[in-house]
Design a protein around this ligand. Structure first.
Ligand SMILES: [Fe+2]
Ligand SMILES: [Fe+2]
Length: 199
């Protein structure tokens, strides 16, 4: 659904976040599907780890990235017709930092009509689809993420019938917006994603 606007939240709320406990309560209440919940935990974990390791952010600022990842699909399970709108409005009501809300609003530019502009926006857009493809690949390997290699992922990536719902063009688009090599993002996901689990 097109959001029809380009400004989210209130700058007066900059750096206002929910606690880890509030986020996990919201996930438990809104997301009944464990597969989807795991996807959000994975994208949240990647966002948090990336922001610390690659962007050099401190714990507080990396929590903002992680929160965006954890909540980006929060309304997809119960309100797919309102996907993105509902969580964006909820976070605005909760007076959450506008950077987090904007990152969530821009995680599907074709669908929501909002461009990923900040580094947080761009990485969320990049990790979203790629994380799912690599998770699907891990499930068909006997040892999951163990000894997974970039070239194995790239092979699946080029097979359009594998995880066919994952939009390859979106992934290329996300990498070029973030000025990142696809193979570097894949390596980062291989190195981290196996350590994220449903709580
Ligand atoms: Fe989504
Ligand atoms: Fe997603």
């Amino acid at each position: 659904m097109i959001l029809g606007r380009n400004s989210f939240g209130d700058v007066a709320n900059t750096d206002r976040v929910l606690s880890r406990e509030q986020v996990s309560m919201l996930l438990n209440e809104w997301v009944l599907n464990d597969r989807l919940k795991l996807h959000m935990i994975q994208v949240g974990g990647l966002m948090g780890d990336w922001s610390r390791e690659k962007e050099g952010l401190d714990e507080f600022h990396s929590w903002k990235w992680e929160m965006a990842g954890l909540l980006h699909d929060a309304d997809w399970d119960q309100w797919p017709q309102e996907h993105c709108k509902r969580i964006v409005e909820y976070l605005e009501d909760q007076q959450v930092c506008p950077e987090i809300i904007r990152a969530i609003a821009s995680h599907g530019p074709i669908h929501f009509g909002v461009e990923p502009v900040s580094r947080m926006d761009q990485l969320l857009f990049a990790f979203d689809e790629l994380s799912g493809l690599i998770h699907a690949y891990s499930l068909m390997r006997p040892n999951g993420y163990e000894a997974m290699e970039v070239k194995g992922v790239m092979k699946r990536f080029k097979e359009r019938t594998f995880a066919a719902n994952v939009n390859r063009d979106d992934i290329y688009d996300a990498c070029s917006r973030a000025n990142l090599q696809l193979t570097d993002l894949i390596q980062f996901i291989i190195d981290h994603q196996g350590s994220y689990h449903l709580q």
